[in-house]
Design a protein around this ligand. Structure first.
Ligand code: UGY
Ligand code: MN
Length: 255
Protein backbone atom coordinates (compact mmCIF):
# COMPACT_ATOMS: atom_id res chain seq x y z
CA UNK A 1 0.00 0.00 0.00
CA UNK A 2 1.37 3.41 -1.00
CA UNK A 3 -0.48 5.50 1.58
CA UNK A 4 1.27 5.13 4.96
CA UNK A 5 -1.67 6.43 7.03
CA UNK A 6 -2.47 3.07 8.64
CA UNK A 7 1.12 2.55 9.71
CA UNK A 8 1.21 6.13 10.95
CA UNK A 9 -1.86 5.72 13.12
CA UNK A 10 -0.21 2.66 14.71
CA UNK A 11 2.62 4.96 15.82
CA UNK A 12 5.31 2.83 14.19
CA UNK A 13 8.72 4.43 13.74
CA UNK A 14 8.83 3.13 10.15
CA UNK A 15 5.96 5.47 9.19
CA UNK A 16 5.96 9.12 8.19
CA UNK A 17 3.60 11.59 6.55
CA UNK A 18 6.58 13.13 4.74
CA UNK A 19 6.95 12.37 1.07
CA UNK A 20 9.58 13.45 -1.47
CA UNK A 21 8.87 13.30 -5.20
CA UNK A 22 10.66 14.74 -8.22
CA UNK A 23 8.19 17.61 -8.53
CA UNK A 24 6.93 18.12 -4.97
CA UNK A 25 7.49 17.23 -1.33
CA UNK A 26 5.58 17.25 1.94
CA UNK A 27 7.92 17.60 4.89
CA UNK A 28 6.20 16.88 8.21
CA UNK A 29 8.00 17.56 11.51
CA UNK A 30 8.15 13.81 12.30
CA UNK A 31 11.32 13.34 10.23
CA UNK A 32 13.34 16.45 11.07
CA UNK A 33 17.11 16.01 11.47
CA UNK A 34 19.12 19.05 12.55
CA UNK A 35 21.77 20.82 10.48
CA UNK A 36 24.70 22.89 11.71
CA UNK A 37 24.62 26.28 10.04
CA UNK A 38 27.64 28.54 10.71
CA UNK A 39 26.59 31.61 12.70
CA UNK A 40 23.22 30.13 13.71
CA UNK A 41 23.73 28.78 17.24
CA UNK A 42 21.81 27.89 20.38
CA UNK A 43 18.95 26.06 18.74
CA UNK A 44 18.00 23.60 16.01
CA UNK A 45 17.98 24.31 12.29
CA UNK A 46 15.90 22.14 9.97
CA UNK A 47 16.57 22.67 6.29
CA UNK A 48 13.21 21.74 4.80
CA UNK A 49 13.57 22.73 1.15
CA UNK A 50 16.87 23.15 -0.70
CA UNK A 51 18.60 22.78 -4.04
CA UNK A 52 19.62 19.26 -2.97
CA UNK A 53 16.03 18.17 -3.72
CA UNK A 54 15.89 20.06 -7.03
CA UNK A 55 14.50 23.31 -5.63
CA UNK A 56 15.71 26.80 -6.46
CA UNK A 57 14.80 28.19 -3.06
CA UNK A 58 15.81 27.27 0.45
CA UNK A 59 13.34 27.07 3.34
CA UNK A 60 14.39 26.45 6.94
CA UNK A 61 12.75 26.30 10.35
CA UNK A 62 14.88 27.45 13.28
CA UNK A 63 13.89 26.71 16.89
CA UNK A 64 15.85 28.78 19.41
CA UNK A 65 16.72 28.22 23.04
CA UNK A 66 17.00 31.30 25.27
CA UNK A 67 20.74 31.58 24.42
CA UNK A 68 20.04 31.21 20.68
CA UNK A 69 21.57 33.62 18.19
CA UNK A 70 21.63 34.01 14.41
CA UNK A 71 24.34 36.22 13.02
CA UNK A 72 25.54 36.63 9.46
CA UNK A 73 25.58 38.57 6.24
CA UNK A 74 23.47 37.83 3.19
CA UNK A 75 25.68 37.14 0.18
CA UNK A 76 24.16 35.81 -3.09
CA UNK A 77 20.85 34.96 -1.40
CA UNK A 78 18.34 37.33 0.14
CA UNK A 79 16.62 35.96 3.27
CA UNK A 80 13.08 36.48 4.56
CA UNK A 81 12.74 35.80 8.35
CA UNK A 82 9.24 35.25 9.85
CA UNK A 83 8.46 34.64 13.52
CA UNK A 84 6.17 31.59 13.68
CA UNK A 85 6.12 31.52 17.50
CA UNK A 86 7.77 33.41 20.36
CA UNK A 87 9.71 36.66 20.13
CA UNK A 88 13.26 37.72 19.27
CA UNK A 89 15.32 40.89 18.93
CA UNK A 90 16.28 41.42 15.28
CA UNK A 91 18.91 43.78 13.87
CA UNK A 92 19.25 44.57 10.16
CA UNK A 93 20.39 47.68 8.31
CA UNK A 94 21.57 49.19 11.63
CA UNK A 95 18.03 49.05 13.10
CA UNK A 96 16.93 46.82 15.98
CA UNK A 97 13.33 45.75 16.58
CA UNK A 98 11.62 43.24 18.84
CA UNK A 99 9.75 40.83 16.55
CA UNK A 100 6.84 38.82 17.93
CA UNK A 101 4.67 36.11 16.42
CA UNK A 102 3.55 37.02 12.90
CA UNK A 103 6.22 39.71 12.38
CA UNK A 104 9.00 39.53 9.83
CA UNK A 105 12.08 41.16 8.39
CA UNK A 106 13.24 40.76 4.78
CA UNK A 107 17.02 41.12 4.40
CA UNK A 108 18.21 41.81 0.83
CA UNK A 109 21.65 40.79 -0.42
CA UNK A 110 24.81 42.31 1.03
CA UNK A 111 23.41 43.10 4.50
CA UNK A 112 24.44 42.14 8.03
CA UNK A 113 21.73 40.65 10.25
CA UNK A 114 21.49 39.47 13.86
CA UNK A 115 18.80 37.76 15.94
CA UNK A 116 19.34 37.51 19.69
CA UNK A 117 17.65 37.30 23.12
CA UNK A 118 14.83 35.01 21.94
CA UNK A 119 12.08 33.72 24.18
CA UNK A 120 12.75 30.03 24.84
CA UNK A 121 11.33 27.99 21.95
CA UNK A 122 11.03 30.87 19.46
CA UNK A 123 10.52 29.54 15.94
CA UNK A 124 11.74 31.37 12.84
CA UNK A 125 10.83 30.42 9.30
CA UNK A 126 13.28 31.50 6.58
CA UNK A 127 13.00 31.65 2.80
CA UNK A 128 16.23 32.20 0.83
CA UNK A 129 16.59 32.92 -2.87
CA UNK A 130 19.61 33.86 -4.99
CA UNK A 131 18.83 37.45 -6.02
CA UNK A 132 18.55 38.20 -9.75
CA UNK A 133 19.03 41.96 -10.35
CA UNK A 134 16.92 43.66 -13.02
CA UNK A 135 18.46 46.47 -15.10
CA UNK A 136 16.71 49.78 -14.51
CA UNK A 137 15.14 48.76 -11.21
CA UNK A 138 16.55 49.45 -7.76
CA UNK A 139 17.48 46.44 -5.64
CA UNK A 140 15.15 46.06 -2.65
CA UNK A 141 15.89 47.53 0.76
CA UNK A 142 15.13 45.99 4.15
CA UNK A 143 11.40 45.43 4.79
CA UNK A 144 9.84 45.07 8.25
CA UNK A 145 6.21 44.04 8.60
CA UNK A 146 3.61 41.71 10.04
CA UNK A 147 0.72 39.40 9.34
CA UNK A 148 -2.47 41.47 9.32
CA UNK A 149 -5.68 39.86 8.14
CA UNK A 150 -7.25 43.31 7.58
CA UNK A 151 -4.66 43.82 4.80
CA UNK A 152 -5.59 40.55 3.07
CA UNK A 153 -7.93 41.19 0.13
CA UNK A 154 -10.37 38.57 -1.08
CA UNK A 155 -8.81 36.26 -3.68
CA UNK A 156 -10.51 35.79 -7.06
CA UNK A 157 -13.88 37.09 -5.82
CA UNK A 158 -14.22 34.20 -3.36
CA UNK A 159 -15.13 35.46 0.15
CA UNK A 160 -13.69 32.25 1.66
CA UNK A 161 -10.15 33.04 0.40
CA UNK A 162 -7.81 35.90 1.37
CA UNK A 163 -4.19 36.61 0.42
CA UNK A 164 -1.91 39.13 2.16
CA UNK A 165 1.20 40.07 0.21
CA UNK A 166 4.01 40.70 2.70
CA UNK A 167 6.55 42.20 0.27
CA UNK A 168 6.01 45.21 -2.04
CA UNK A 169 4.71 44.37 -5.49
CA UNK A 170 7.64 46.04 -7.32
CA UNK A 171 9.89 44.78 -10.12
CA UNK A 172 13.02 45.16 -7.98
CA UNK A 173 11.77 42.16 -5.96
CA UNK A 174 12.24 38.71 -7.53
CA UNK A 175 10.45 36.85 -4.73
CA UNK A 176 7.05 37.21 -3.11
CA UNK A 177 5.96 35.95 0.30
CA UNK A 178 2.22 35.79 0.91
CA UNK A 179 -0.14 34.54 3.61
CA UNK A 180 -3.08 32.60 2.23
CA UNK A 181 -6.13 32.08 4.45
CA UNK A 182 -8.86 29.59 3.50
CA UNK A 183 -11.97 29.90 5.64
CA UNK A 184 -13.95 26.76 6.34
CA UNK A 185 -15.02 25.35 2.96
CA UNK A 186 -12.57 27.52 1.01
CA UNK A 187 -10.72 25.93 -1.88
CA UNK A 188 -8.56 27.01 -4.81
CA UNK A 189 -10.90 27.91 -7.67
CA UNK A 190 -8.92 25.79 -10.16
CA UNK A 191 -5.97 23.47 -10.51
CA UNK A 192 -2.98 25.80 -10.95
CA UNK A 193 -0.31 24.87 -13.52
CA UNK A 194 2.47 27.48 -13.52
CA UNK A 195 6.15 28.23 -14.01
CA UNK A 196 6.57 29.72 -10.53
CA UNK A 197 7.88 27.59 -7.69
CA UNK A 198 6.51 27.50 -4.12
CA UNK A 199 7.74 26.67 -0.65
CA UNK A 200 5.19 26.89 2.14
CA UNK A 201 4.55 26.30 5.82
CA UNK A 202 1.08 25.67 7.29
CA UNK A 203 0.55 28.15 10.14
CA UNK A 204 -2.93 26.92 11.16
CA UNK A 205 -5.62 24.38 10.44
CA UNK A 206 -5.76 21.42 8.12
CA UNK A 207 -6.22 20.90 4.41
CA UNK A 208 -6.26 18.45 1.57
CA UNK A 209 -3.50 19.42 -0.87
CA UNK A 210 -3.51 17.83 -4.32
CA UNK A 211 -0.08 17.86 -5.98
CA UNK A 212 0.36 16.30 -9.41
CA UNK A 213 -2.87 14.35 -8.91
CA UNK A 214 -1.77 12.91 -5.53
CA UNK A 215 -3.97 13.76 -2.53
CA UNK A 216 -2.38 14.62 0.84
CA UNK A 217 -3.88 15.48 4.22
CA UNK A 218 -1.73 18.25 5.72
CA UNK A 219 -1.89 20.35 8.87
CA UNK A 220 -0.27 23.10 10.92
CA UNK A 221 3.50 22.56 11.02
CA UNK A 222 3.73 20.78 7.66
CA UNK A 223 5.79 22.22 4.82
CA UNK A 224 5.28 21.73 1.09
CA UNK A 225 7.60 22.20 -1.88
CA UNK A 226 6.03 22.63 -5.32
CA UNK A 227 8.45 22.69 -8.25
CA UNK A 228 7.61 24.74 -11.37
CA UNK A 229 4.65 23.10 -13.16
CA UNK A 230 3.72 20.95 -10.16
CA UNK A 231 -0.06 20.98 -10.53
CA UNK A 232 -1.73 22.24 -7.37
CA UNK A 233 -5.14 22.47 -5.74
CA UNK A 234 -6.13 22.73 -2.07
CA UNK A 235 -9.19 22.82 0.14
CA UNK A 236 -9.53 23.62 3.81
CA UNK A 237 -10.83 20.78 6.00
CA UNK A 238 -11.95 20.79 9.62
CA UNK A 239 -13.66 23.54 11.59
CA UNK A 240 -10.84 26.12 11.64
CA UNK A 241 -9.55 28.22 8.74
CA UNK A 242 -6.38 26.82 7.19
CA UNK A 243 -3.56 29.31 6.78
CA UNK A 244 -0.19 29.02 5.08
CA UNK A 245 2.71 31.34 4.37
CA UNK A 246 4.30 30.77 1.00
CA UNK A 247 7.19 31.76 -1.24
CA UNK A 248 6.92 32.39 -4.97
CA UNK A 249 9.57 33.53 -7.48
CA UNK A 250 8.27 36.48 -9.50
CA UNK A 251 9.06 39.34 -11.89
CA UNK A 252 11.87 37.91 -14.02
CA UNK A 253 12.17 37.10 -17.72
CA UNK A 254 11.35 33.39 -18.44
CA UNK A 255 14.68 32.33 -19.94
O1 UGY B 1 0.16 32.47 -5.86
C1 UGY B 1 -0.10 31.31 -6.16
O2 UGY B 1 0.37 30.76 -7.17
C2 UGY B 1 -1.01 30.52 -5.20
N1 UGY B 1 -2.39 30.77 -5.54
N2 UGY B 1 -0.69 29.10 -5.24
C3 UGY B 1 -0.96 28.29 -4.18
O3 UGY B 1 -1.45 28.75 -3.14
N3 UGY B 1 -0.66 26.99 -4.31
MN1 MN C 1 0.48 28.57 -7.08
Amino acid sequence: MKNPLNLYSMNLSSATRSIVRRNHAIIAPDGYINSNVPGWTGGTVNVIINEQMGARLCQTLVTLRAEGRLEGRTEASQIFFYVVAGAVQATAGGETRLLGQGQFVYVPVGQEYRFENPAEGTQLLTFHKVYEPLAGHAAPGIVWGEKDDSKAPVYMNDEALRIQELLPNELGFDMAVNIFTYDRGGHLPMVETHIMEHGLLYLAGQAIYVLDQEWYHVRQGDSIWMAPYCQQWATSVGKEPSVYIYYKNVNRFPT
